[in-house]
Design a protein around this ligand. Structure first.
Ligand SMILES: Nc1ncnc2c1ncn2[C@@H]1O[C@H](COP(=O)(O)OP(=O)(O)OP(=O)(O)O)[C@@H](O)[C@H]1O
Ligand SMILES: [Mg+2]
Length: 181
């Protein structure tokens, strides 16, 4: 089974395809509540109510190259297998929010995976779009904003190798430190 970060990548790719200019990713890793909650919010093209209903059905996709869209149904199945849920809220021309949750200590819950790698993969796929990522544990959190990084770089490219390596380390070190406090 996939690591959770691979699912996150899938869902964020949907937001990029939906021409979002801002994607917000919130991860809440709570031992106290015994959940791992993920919220992905975009301001892309959105979906009709009918699409939202169909989207968890693996035989529905707007892609013409392949009949079967699996990103959302697979994530939903994995959440439900771990006593969790997946909810979609979407408004046409306004955007989409996907919230999903895993029971943290469930035997079937796969690891989060490498978020540093996932974030730089996302950044390399962004076009005219910013990512705001917030990761929290019970008492601590950190955020990463591509808009802020671009501002600091003052015209330099966020896709430079040195910058991406820095971002990857920033993410992985922060996740480790907020877990250990
Ligand atoms: N954030 C979003 N904004 C607008 N439409 C979306 C969004 N996420 C999903 N959709 C719609 O829901 C469909 C199903 O998404 P899903 O990720 O399950 O499959 P897919 O992207 O079509 O294929 P796959 O993920 O397997 O490559 C998409 O084809 C798209 O039409
Ligand atoms: Mg998809």
């Amino acid at each position: 089974m996939k690591e959770i970060s691979m699912h996150i990548l899938d869902i964020v790719m949907n937001s990029i395809k939906a021409e979002a200019s801002l994607i917000e990713l919130f991860i809440e890793d709570s031992i106290k509540n015994n959940w791992l909650k993920i919220v992905i919010k975009d301001n892309g093209i959105g979906m009709t109510d009918e699409m939202v209903k169909q989207v968890t059905d693996p035989f529905f996709t707007t892609r013409t190259t392949r009949r079967v869209g699996l990103g959302i149904p697979m994530l939903k199945e994995n959440c439900e297998m771990c006593n969790g849920y997946l909810k979609i809220k979407s408004v046409l021309h306004e955007g989409t929010t996907i919230e999903c949750c895993f029971e943290r200590d469930n035997i079937d819950r796969v690891p989060l995976g490498n978020m540093g790698d996932t974030i730089i993969t996302i950044i390399n796929s962004l076009k005219n779009c910013e990512l705001l990522y917030k990761h929290s544990t019970d008492g601590n959190s950190f955020t990463l904003s591509t808009e802020e990084i671009r501002f600091i770089l003052d015209g330099g490219s966020i896709n430079e190798n040195a910058v991406l390596i820095w971002i990857k380390e920033y993410v992985n070190e922060n996740i480790e430190s907020i877990l250990n406090i």
